[in-house]
Write a protein that binds this ligand. Structure first.
Ligand code: ARG
Length: 394
């Protein structure tokens, strides 16, 4: 019997997949759950439910450190936002796919399965990575059978699959963020209810007191919060906690999916917003004007590649090489003031700053002799003068 490794989350889609893979595809099913910082019970529960449904072997793979260091921190270093969203789900997909490929190779499986539907982005992201990193076959049972949610529930009941507790929303969570979709949120004319949020206070419940948080960056990566040195996972968690408490990082948006569908998305990404805002402010101090303009374009391109699941597109690596070189100078500290849903960078300092207080000061007359500017200013708009003479005179 062919072996298939199923990326298993314990939710309805992947629970149904276990049985479908056995019944319709005639395969032996091995399940694997990659831990990128889901709530603990979402890691523990699949360990039991996979066996109950019929998985012959279950893997739990802790990839939190790798996710924080090699994925989430790249989001900080590139200030990557897709239409304003810090790509929390998108950054996790290539890593999950990579880990599943490793299991499949170890198990001598012929096939990898995922529980994605045919409407979302994850099918593109998983399959792009699996195809570039292996020659394994890929199957997507929910998509193959064009199943609706109700059909999946019926199938689960008929096949004695314990139905995961009925959820109002479809939630995807990892250390970099929470994404909440579905239910009444599908109508963009309905305001998101307070109940969808778990990491962030509303501005009403946020503390009345202002908090100032200090973040230290080395080579573009955050290393300390309030002078405490933290490993990447702990640092991200701390950033989530501080910014979330002050109601920062709620995003309620209309997003353009890869296939062109518009969807209403809600995110909680307090740490990501805090770290990216602070990092971008530090870049302004150390980058040249040309580098700043370039970094903006790099950021947009990077976000687009990650959103589209093109992690193994060579340009992604090229951009990382260029950016890592630029980030060598992004060292220093940034203080951010948090209060009732707002965040504001209030101080920045760096040993690599191109900002020169002496030159720019109103008191200096040595470094820049103002009189030498007369000629530079005189010809500043030479083309405008020509245009005015040639075209506008009459
Ligand atoms: N739309 C986002 C993305 O494609 C997040 C999707 C997360 N899925 C969910 N069921 N909440 O990256």
């Amino acid at each position: 019997m062919d072996k298939v490794v199923l990326a298993f989350s314990g939710g309805l889609d992947t629970s149904v997949c276990v049985k479908l893979l056995q019944e319709k595809y005639g395969m032996e099913v091995i399940t694997a759950c990659v831990d990128v910082g889901q709530p603990e019970e979402e890691i523990k529960k699949p360990e039991e439910s996979a066996k109950t449904i019929g998985s012959s072997k279950h893997y739990t793979i802790d990839a939190k450190d790798e996710f924080a260091k090699d994925y989430a921190f790249r989001c900080v270093k590139t200030n990557a936002l897709y239409e304003g969203y810090p790509l929390s789900t998108a950054f996790a997909r290539p890593l999950i796919a990579k880990k599943i490929v490793e299991v499949a190779e170890k198990e001598n499986a012929t096939t990898i399965a995922h529980g994605c539907t045919g409407k979302g982005n994850d099918q593109f992201r998983f399959e792009a990575t699996i195809r570039s990193e292996s020659d394994l076959d890929i199957v997507a049972p929910i998509r193959d059978y064009n199943l609706t949610r109700t059909e999946e529930q019926d199938y689960a009941r008929e096949h004695g699959i314990p139905l995961p507790s009925e959820k109002i929303y479809s939630i995807d969570e990892n250390i970099w963020g929470r994404s909440i979709e579905g239910g009444l949120l599908e109508n963009p004319a309905t305001a998101a209810p307070e109940e969808i949020y778990e990491w962030t206070n509303s501005t009403v419940d946020a503390p009345d007191e202002v908090e100032i948080v200090k973040i230290r960056f080395v080579k573009g990566e955050p290393v300390c919060i309030n002078d405490e040195k933290l490993d990447p996972v702990s640092l991200i968690r701390k950033a989530n906690e501080i910014a979330g408490k002050h109601g920062v990082g709620r995003i309620d948006m209309i997003e353009d999916r890869i296939i062109g569908l518009k969807s209403r998305e809600n995110y909680e990404t307090p740490g990501a917003i805090l770290l990216i805002t602070a990092h971008a402010a530090l870049e302004k101090l150390v980058f040249s004007r040309e580098e700043i303009k370039f970094a903006e374009r790099l950021s947009q391109k990077y976000a687009e590649l990650v959103y589209n699941g093109l992690w193994n597109e060579p340009l992604r690596e090229d951009l990382d090489v260029v950016n890592d070189h630029m980030q060598k100078r992004v060292n220093g500290c940034v203080e951010v003031r948090l209060h009732k849903g707002s965040l504001k960078v209030i101080t920045k300092s760096s040993p690599n700053a191109l900002y020169n207080e002496e030159t720019v000061s109103f008191e200096d007359k040595e470094l820049i002799d103002q009189r030498e500017m007369i000629g530079m200013v005189k010809y500043h708009d030479i083309q405008g003068s020509e245009y005015y003479n040639v075209c506008k005179k009459d």
